[in-house]
Design a protein around this ligand. Structure first.
Ligand code: FDA
Length: 301
């Protein structure tokens, strides 16, 4: 309910303008976003690598309305992959298929994903397909399957709040790659998603166990929740193949460092680009305390 209310406020154009058109708004956004330029993201990624963390670079954007925008997003990703290779970064990329044209022109989106995966393979890195609203789940899974069968260097995010996720994971394990388990960041109806936090957590832990039990895929446990982190470590006890934690840039930085110090692989999801507002609103909706911090900065208190 809190999440819906926060998203209702932040989606209003007046709020959006207040945040995106003020330097204070933009500077607060910097807590969660590396910057608007690729060069800024590369500099932050270098620092994170030096601190022992892997990175997943996310060129922000979603739901493009014309095919040219999707092509331009694809080109930005190709540039990003080249920069990762050029700087010798321990990094991959995360993409949203609606940014590449899914929902507008699915063939174009599949072609864009294909070009990105091919370039990533050429430069020795991987691509994670983010999971968006449930209206896009089936197309996302199907597009991922086709690209993964062709290139073999992809992974996909699965949301523990969706009723369908267990069968999606069973469907995707034979394809290898990596699977990122997250709770899910969108407001979804009861028909498609579990509504109770406790049940979403139970689903998260069960999916984590399922992934840890197979060496066919690399599990990526994406959470800042200690009550999910501890069971994940326990579930990995018998595992010899690699797996990793993933956390968002700017969220629980102390915990990220602690996990690295304890010998765990940690990948930081690092967004950059001009289109940072929708990403920021989801982070605010996850933790209303961030909204207070944000509102205080905006009014200068
Ligand atoms: P939870 O929300 O319960 O938070 C646990 C604790 O973490 C909080 O008590 C707080 O201390 C801290 N915390 C969490 N969020 C915070 C924030 N924004 N600011 C400050 N502190 C915060 N979702 C999706 O639908 N599709 C996707 O593809 C992805 N991809 C993805 C990648 C990665 C690397 C991560 C970490 C997350 C995603 N998500 C996502 C988002 C995910 O679904 C979920 O909304 C958030 O991770 C918040 O859930 P937690 O598991 O962190 O737990």
């Amino acid at each position: 309910m809190i999440r819906s209310a926060v998203l209702a406020i932040t989606n209003r154009s007046v709020t959006r303008k207040l945040v995106t058109d003020t330097s204070v708004g933009r500077s607060v956004a910097h807590r969660f976003v590396a910057g608007t330029e690729l060069s800024e993201a590369i500099a932050v990624a270098e620092t994170l690598n030096a601190e022992g963390m892997k990175v997943s670079l996310d060129y922000l954007g979603e739901h493009v309305t014309v095919v040219e925008e999707a092509d331009s997003a694809r080109d930005s990703y190709l540039e990003c992959i080249e920069a990762i290779a050029e700087h010798g970064l321990d990094a991959n990329i995360s993409v949203k298929l609606t940014q590449l044209g899914m929902g507008l022109d699915n063939d174009a989106a599949a072609g864009n994903l294909d070009a990105i995966a091919a370039s990533a393979a050429k430069h020795g890195t991987t691509v994670t397909v983010d999971m968006e609203e449930s209206a896009h789940t089936e197309t996302t899974v199907a597009m991922y399957e086709a690209a993964q069968k062709r290139h073999g260097n992809l992974g996909i995010a699965i949301q523990s709040y969706l009723h369908r996720s267990w069968s999606d994971v069973e469907r995707l394990i034979p394809l290898g790659g990596h699977i990122r388990i997250c709770k899910g960041a969108y407001v979804e109806p009861v028909e498609v998603a579990i509504q109770s936090g406790r049940d979403i957590d139970a689903s998260f832990d069960a999916l984590t166990e399922l992934l840890m039990s197979t060496e066919a895929v690399k599990p990526a446990i994406a959470t800042h929740d200690d009550d999910r982190i501890v069971p994940a470590i326990a579930a990995s006890a018998e595992r010899s193949a690699p797996w990793e934690f993933q956390m968002l840039y700017g969220v629980r930085r102390d915990r990220q460092a602690e996990l690295v110090a304890d010998g765990h692989d940690v990948r930081v999801y690092l967004p950059y680009g001009e289109a940072w507002y929708p990403y920021l609103t989801r982070r605010l909706a996850e933790r209303p305390a961030n909204l207070t911090f944000f509102a205080r900065a905006l009014v200068g208190k």
